[in-house]
Write a protein that binds this ligand. Structure first.
Ligand code: PMV
Length: 331
């Protein structure tokens, strides 16, 4: 086997406005963030797929449907989406080679920052590069969906789209993306991570149950969400943090009503606002995971300290303009 390594990198993401309502067909706005996952793929001769990642709980070997842990406590549920993404890429390029796939996951997992979509996309890029192939973006999107479905049921696709594309985008399920072309590249938000891991599928199911119980109310909230997203797009382009914060507060009220928030998120959101933030909301599915907030230079440090006091990990993030990148190196 030739000794070479295929590498892929893809960012995490933060949904700025419109999560959950995007599942029902609304537009949402998402930003690729400068927390980045890296994947390396090399050949192995036995046709099996070995996945290794300390952040995803260890290493194990997939041999068809069988899984053999290699390290104590290796978590099949966390490693399998990587194997599914790698297999999807192999199938796409008609290869049945064995692989060693190693993931350096810098995007925290299961907290709404797009870690699984990012790992899937970076894995597909790494495998294609190892095999001297380039898979068109539309196909990477479709293939990443296979591993996302394993985790999330019926996702809208916004996570894969933003981590593939980079930048700041507006996404609608049936129309795809529109990059916010004039979005400022120095746009920045603070993220507070409750460190409460949750399943996107569970929270989405809770929100859909709300929709089924109260269809009229859900429709009214979805209309409000659409207005907020339209206004937010303008505010982001103008880098008007004060308007962005006000719209975050409005968006959060809708998310609370449909049952997407949690006590931990509410605490961090209240703490950010009390420390002078322009506004704050949950990001991603909610039910735990992360919140986002915007502030000016005079209050940022105070807000970071307040969030930490409540036990949060805090990241000040900027826009990742690159999205997926993949290449090959000698090993
Ligand atoms: O997986 P998360 O936490 O980034 O949430 C994705 C956003 C949702 O709108 C809640 C679900 C979806 O598929 O769009």
């Amino acid at each position: 086997m030739p000794s070479k390594v295929g590498r892929g990198r893809a960012p995490g993401k933060a949904i700025l406005f419109g999560e959950h309502f995007v599942v029902a067909g609304n537009s949402a706005i998402a930003m690729a963030i400068n927390l980045v996952n890296q994947v390396a793929a090399t050949f192995r001769g036995d046709g099996k797929i070995r996945v290794q990642s300390s952040e995803l709980g260890g290493a194990g070997i997939f041999d068809g449907p069988a899984f053999q842990p290699e390290t104590p406590g290796a978590d099949r549920a966390l490693l399998e989406p990587v194997k599914v993404a790698a297999s999807a890429a192999l199938k796409e390029i008609n290869s049945n080679t064995g692989l060693n796939v190693s993931v350096e996951a810098n995007v925290p997992i299961s907290v709404g920052l797009g870690s699984s979509a990012s790992v899937a996309v970076a894995t597909i890029g790494a495998v294609a590069s190892l095999l001297d192939r380039s898979i068109p973006r539309g196909r990477v999107f479709a293939l990443a969906f296979e591993s996302e479905r394993l985790l999330h049921g019926n996702p809208s696709g916004i996570d894969q789209m933003i981590v593939l594309n980079g930048g700041i985008i507006s996404y609608q399920r049936d129309r795809g993306i529109k990059a916010l072309e004039q979005a400022p590249s120095d746009f920045s938000v603070l993220i507070g991570n409750t460190k409460v891991r949750r399943s996107t599928g569970t929270v989405v199911a809770r929100v859909l149950a709300f929709r089924d119980r109260e269809p009229g109310r859900f429709r009214a909230l979805a209309e409000d969400a659409a207005k907020i997203v339209a206004e937010a797009q303008e505010a982001i382009i103008k880098l008007d943090y004060s308007a962005i914060g006000r719209l975050m507060d409005q968006n959060q009220r809708l998310l609370v009503e449909v049952g997407a928030s949690s006590a931990e998120l509410d605490k961090l959101i209240t703490a950010a606002r009390a420390s002078g933030a322009f506004g704050a909301k949950l990001t991603g599915a909610g039910g735990g995971g992360c919140m986002i907030t915007v502030a000016d230079d005079s209050t940022r440090d105070r807000i970071v300290a307040a969030l930490r006091e409540f036990g949060a990990d805090v990241y000040e993030v900027y826009v990742d303009e690159t999205g997926l990148d993949s290449w090959q190196e000698p090993n």
